[in-house]
Design a protein around this ligand. Structure first.
Ligand SMILES: NC(=O)c1ccc[n+]([C@@H]2O[C@H](COP(=O)([O-])OP(=O)(O)OC[C@H]3O[C@@H](n4cnc5c(N)ncnc54)[C@H](OP(=O)(O)O)[C@@H]3O)[C@@H](O)[C@H]2O)c1
Length: 268
């Protein structure tokens, strides 16, 4: 049987994932079945050839891989619903933040293969940082999940207890870096440029900074040292930011996000 993938809860992340996988060239829209309660919001995907169904049970019966992409507060109801039909020859991949494999197994049963993956929305452009984990029992299923997510970015395999931290650093992290780009563009706007010009310039500069680290496999401080000449304008601006707590506030934001991520799901 060819791989047929059902996404239960095709919202922001679920639709970003299928866009990325189709753009990657290995999958066709017809390889996917998308579900959500308000299927009217998936009309555009239906027109492009994706399967769209309002009933999770039907969608589970049609797939061999089931990706859970609902919010943590909706996961128990979805698991209860599909537990009647899900089989041990299927694979469940959960993208749901804060919900442990043991929580999913508690409802679906111990014989259902479950792997967790924590991507970010850059998955739509195949630039996700996806952290993947499972328990000892399903470690043999990690490779196929890694292969799937490598089509849409970079992957790392981590222990399950680190998934909360991965959520803060990589999933929430997208928003942190976007806000940093927005702030840079506002600075550019204040000193000289129209808002749209400043945003384009700040965005490409951020892309270049990340690109340097990836291409050179270097540390940020190595690259910073290359642009901070003595008595220069870069070190003056950088030190002013640090005197006002730039690194400290960024770090604090990540630790607060991690604390919040821990409480997203209340175990029964
Ligand atoms: N967004 C991110 O960057 C990101 C990154 C990593 C992990 N995550 C995790 O991924 C999950 C989804 O996040 P998101 O941002 O994509 O949220 P979202 O946009 O709200 O998507 C969740 C979707 O689930 C659907 N849904 C709710 N109840 C359902 C049910 N019973 N059956 C089928 N569909 C149902 C909702 O649509 P209807 O109301 O129409 O049913 C909604 O479209 C969350 O658990 C989040 O923690 C998100």
């Amino acid at each position: 049987m060819d791989t047929k993938i059902t996404i239960i809860g095709a919202g922001n992340l679920g639709t970003s994932l299928v866009k990325g996988l189709v753009d990657g060239g290995k999958y066709q829209p017809s390889d996917f079945i998308l579900t959500r309660r308000n299927t009217a919001k998936l009309v555009g995907f239906k027109e492009k050839g994706f399967g769209v169904i309002g009933k999770n049970i039907e969608a589970v019966l049609m797939a061999n891989v089931i990706i859970l992409a609902v919010l943590p507060q909706n996961i128990d109801a979805v698991l209860e619903e599909i537990s009647e039909v899900v089989k041990s020859n299927q694979l469940i991949i959960s993208l749901v933040s804060g919900v442990k494999i043991k929580n999913i197994q508690y409802i679906l049963g111990n014989d259902i293969p479950i792997v967790r993956a924590m991507p970010n929305t850059a998955i739509a452009i195949r630039e996700s940082m996806t952290c993947i984990t499972t328990t000892e029992q399903w470690v043999t299923r990690i490779a196929e999940v890694k292969e799937l997510f490598e089509l849409v970015g970079e992957t790392v395999i981590i222990n399950e207890e680190k998934m909360i931290s991965a959520t803060a650093l990589c999933a929430c992290g997208i928003a942190f870096f976007l806000r940093a780009i927005r702030a840079a563009s506002q600075g550019g706007n204040e000193i000289d440029f129209h808002a749209n010009e400043a945003l384009k310039m700040a965005t490409q500069t951020a892309k270049g900074a990340a690109g340097l680290l990836i291409a050179n496999q270097s540390h940020p401080e190595d690259e910073i040292d290359k642009v901070t000449s003595p008595k220069g304008c870069t070190i003056a601006g950088l030190n002013e930011m640090e005197h006002n707590g730039f690194s400290s506030w960024f770090i604090k934001g990540i630790t607060v996000s991690a604390k919040q991520a821990k409480g997203l799901y209340s175990e029964n």
